[in-house]
Design a protein around this ligand. Structure first.
Ligand code: ADP
Ligand code: MG
Length: 260
């Protein structure tokens, strides 16, 4: 009895040292059910390993989603394609398979406000996290601010290296706020380093011909677009604003209620 307790204590100690928390938690119960089913030892061990592996993969996925820092977590399941007929659903479904990341291709989502660009970009990022890719989501303005601050603190190279470690960078909402000259140059640096090495997803309300308005110099904008669009999938979202449609519906319902 004493011997048995000693082996249990040692086993649990070793499992902790080996960082196998799921096996540690599950082994007694699984031992009982396997003995009930008359499983052999390798089957018992296999089931324990499968549980540990599944938990480990789930934890890693949760960690990747957390590290991506999505503004608000959206998946494609909550996207209503019937409400946004302007987008190319087959292309979106294909991109959700994430092959574009292996091929270092980019995705541009272009269209007016409220048409689900950020939602779709986040859904791509979420799918990529599930597939094991490292993803980082930024609002464009926030990224440029961060780059400018890092430059002032002599931390720019460090930040750029961190960005380079990602498989996919999502730059959301280019075009709402124009960048300073240095800001545009820093954004160009990110795009330029990512070229043929990482994938970028950019959402914007601006057609290409207006990008100079936010990026300043025509030369720099041209060079940036050249890199971005070399291997790119373009999704246009030009329907009505989903937000506007929802609030119109709500207002309509309130009106009807008042008339009752
Ligand atoms: P955009 O980035 O194009 O301005 P968002 O993606 O921010 O638009 O969408 C605005 C809001 O409407 C979000 O809460 C988003 O989840 C929702 N939304 C937009 N389009 C759809 C859609 N087709 N189905 C479901 N929700 C949508
Ligand atoms: Mg948006």
């Amino acid at each position: 009895m004493l011997n048995k307790r000693k082996s249990t204590v040692l086993l649990e100690h070793h499992l902790k040292q080996l960082r196998l928390p799921t096996i540690l938690k599950e082994y007694p119960l699984l031992a009982k059910s396997c003995s009930h089913e008359k499983c052999d030892y390798p089957t018992y061990l296999l089931r324990l390993c499968e549980k540990e592996l599944a938990d480990r993969q789930r934890r890693a996925m949760d960690r990747r989603i957390k590290q991506a820092k999505f503004g608000s977590l959206k998946t494609i399941d909550s996207f209503d394609f019937t409400a946004q007929k302007s987008v190319n659903e087959p292309l979106i479904r294909e991109l959700l398979r994430c092959e574009f990341i292996d091929n270092n291709e980019n995705v541009l989502l272009i269209g007016n406000s409220g048409t689900g660009k950020t939602h779709i970009a986040t859904a791509f990022g979420f799918a990529a996290c599930c597939e094991g890719y490292k993803v980082r989501f930024f609002g464009c303005t926030a990224l440029v601010t961060q780059l400018l601050e890092a430059r002032e603190d002599r931390q720019l190279q460090r930040l750029l290296k961190q960005l380079e470690k990602q498989d996919l960078l999502i730059l959301d909402e280019l075009g709402y706020v124009p960048f300073s000259k240095v800001g545009s140059e820093l954004l160009f640096e990110v795009v330029s380093r990512a070229y043929e090495r990482q994938s970028l997803i950019i959402t914007t309300n601006l057609p290409f011909e207006s990008w100079t308005e936010v990026c300043g110099s025509e030369r720099l904008t041209g060079a940036m677009l050249d890199r971005l669009t070399h291997r790119v999938h373009i999704i246009e979202a030009n329907g009505q604003s989903y937000r506007l449609k929802q609030s119109r519906k709500r207002l309509g319902r309130q009106k009807i209620k008042r008339q009752d």
